[in-house]
Design a protein around this ligand. Structure first.
Ligand code: CA
Length: 218
């Protein structure tokens, strides 16, 4: 999934971003409400991690505004230990869950995925594509019953392809998913990831549609 992190404390921000990424999600990190607002308008995020005390305003006011605009977004607020009233107000304003700083990063991932799942309806089922079995939610992959290690970036590519079954996905859409990891993308990055995935699951697993993009076969 694609996550927007709004946090002005550099240590917390980078630790959270790194940890959510390591779980295979794309994370954009901004430090102010203004930037968060811009990002929300242009990118279809699945989840928001929101600090409540930001340099240019209150996270709660931003959350209230967001909820008037859009409901289908998983929101977890990050609060300080002594701010009980913030938590209550946050939940009233439409947050799905909250974490009290300092929080355990694994717990954060678990909570984030749990609230995101509520919005996705039921968990994504296991997908069988020929000899390949994928469990995107649990980040598990098997080939002929044997588990296969798939990196976070490879999952990002697979997620884009899985979201559009039976259709061709443009290189730009895949590029966008990788770009969210915050690294610069080499011109041949897509080919590199596609060929890595093919090496793991077989040449025919991803079909190249010349001039248009890629599609999963199964
Ligand atoms: Ca803050």
């Amino acid at each position: 999934m694609r996550v927007l992190l709004v946090e002005d404390e550099p240590h917390i921000g980078s630790a959270v971003q790194e940890h959510v990424r390591a779980a295979g999600h794309a994370v954009d990190w901004v430090r102010e409400i203004g930037a968060a607002d811009d990002a929300m308008r242009t990118v279809p995020y699945d989840a928001l991690l929101l600090d409540l005390h930001l340099p240019d305003g209150r996270g709660l006011d931003f959350l209230k505004k967001l909820r008037r605009r859009r409901d289908a977004l998983a929101v977890v607020i990050l609060t300080a230990r002594d701010q009980v009233s913030d938590r209550i107000e946050g939940l009233k304003a439409g947050a799905d869950d909250y974490l009290v700083k300092p929080f355990d990063l694994d717990e954060m991932n678990a909570r984030l995925q749990a609230v995101a799942r509520r919005y996705q309806g039921k968990a994504i089922p296991t997908i069988q594509l020929g000899p390949v079995e994928l469990e995107p939610e649990a980040r598990l992959a098997r080939l002929n019953g044997t588990s296969v290690e798939v990196t976070a970036r490879e999952w990002a590519v697979l997620d884009v392809l899985l979201r559009r079954p039976n259709s061709t996905v443009s290189k730009e859409a895949i590029e966008d998913a990788l770009y969210a990891f915050g690294s610069e993308i080499e011109s041949n990055a897509i080919e590199v990831y596609i060929s890595r995935i093919r090496r793991k699951f077989g040449r025919d697993f991803i079909r190249t549609v010349r001039g248009l993009g890629y599609s999963l076969t199964g």
